[in-house]
Design a protein around this ligand. Structure first.
Ligand code: ADP
Ligand code: MG
Length: 247
């Protein structure tokens, strides 16, 4: 245990929570520890990711063990890969219908996450999609895309716009991972934006409520609003913080 703490300190990782899994030494360790397919580890290497970043070292094992986390780490520290690798591993092969949902504040971010998801899902059968512009004429097309995706990336706005259409039938009841990226931005907008977001999140959580559903939140800064929400809504929560608390 003391050794684990020393190792975390070396990498600037702080953890709060019960039974926190040991930090990762390297990506190849995932094969022996969690039975991760060698192809996924190879894909990570092909992306040029030779060593895990600090947030990846701690967030990946937590999610591999199905633990719900709030991870705070500075911008550019590799948070996208930190959640995509465990998500890709846990989904395995396609079973039809979305099983992972990634929410983020803007469509630009959604596209960035989508691009990373395409790179990391290479060599798997899993399908990723991003919820694009919703023109009236494209609603049915969007619905069909979501229904055949394993991983869906969207802003809460766009997803809820579709969910609220009578003509659209999208089921979220197979969601295993609900990821909220840039949670600080989503929780700390203007009062109007924030309350809209909280309502949308409530709707999405209700639609995806099952025993198997886990949540993970990622954020660049530590914000009390996010921390409080996580404490109240995520069982067995582990807080992972990298670098300064208010970096
Ligand atoms: P964040 O979401 O924390 O701001 P990103 O996920 O956007 O960071 O990653 C920032 C950059 O770091 C991206 O260009 C990504 O490809 C790269 N990156 C991610 N993980 C690693 C790694 N383990 N080694 C090297 N580069 C990485
Ligand atoms: Mg990011």
């Amino acid at each position: 245990l003391a050794e684990q703490n020393r190792y975390r300190n070396e990498h600037g990782i702080k953890v709060v929570g019960r039974h926190v899994p040991p930090a990762l030494q390297d990506f190849s360790e995932l094969v022996a520890r969690y039975n991760v397919k060698q192809t996924l580890v190879d894909t990570v290497a092909r992306c040029g990711y030779t060593e895990p970043t600090p947030v990846q070292r701690q967030a990946v094992p937590c999610m591999m063990e199905d633990r719900q986390i709030l991870a705070c780490a500075p911008t550019g520290s590799g948070k996208t890969c930190a959640f995509l690798v465990p998500v890709l591993h846990s989904l395995g092969a396609p079973t039809g219908g979305p099983r992972a949902l990634v929410l983020c504040p803007t469509r630009e971010l959604a596209h960035q996450i989508y691009r990373e998801a395409l790179r990391l899902s290479e060599g798997t059968e899993l399908r990723c999609s991003v919820v694009r512009n919703i023109k009236e004429s494209k609603v049915k097309e969007r619905e069909a895309t979501i229904r055949r995706s394993d991983i869906v990336i969207s802003t809460p706005n766009r997803l809820c716009y579709l969910l609220n259409r009578d003509s659209v039938n999208i089921s979220l009841n197979k969601i295993r991972w609900l990821i909220i990226d840039e949670a600080d931005k989503l929780f700390e907008g203007s009062p109007d934006e924030t309350s809209a977001f909280r309502q949308q999140l409530e709707q999405i959580m209700e639609a995806s409520a099952s025993r198997a559903r886990r949540m993970a939140m990622f954020s660049a800064t530590h914000t009390p609003a996010v921390a409080k929400w996580c404490r109240h809504n995520m069982r067995g929560l582990i807080n992972v913080t990298v670098g300064q608390r208010n970096a």
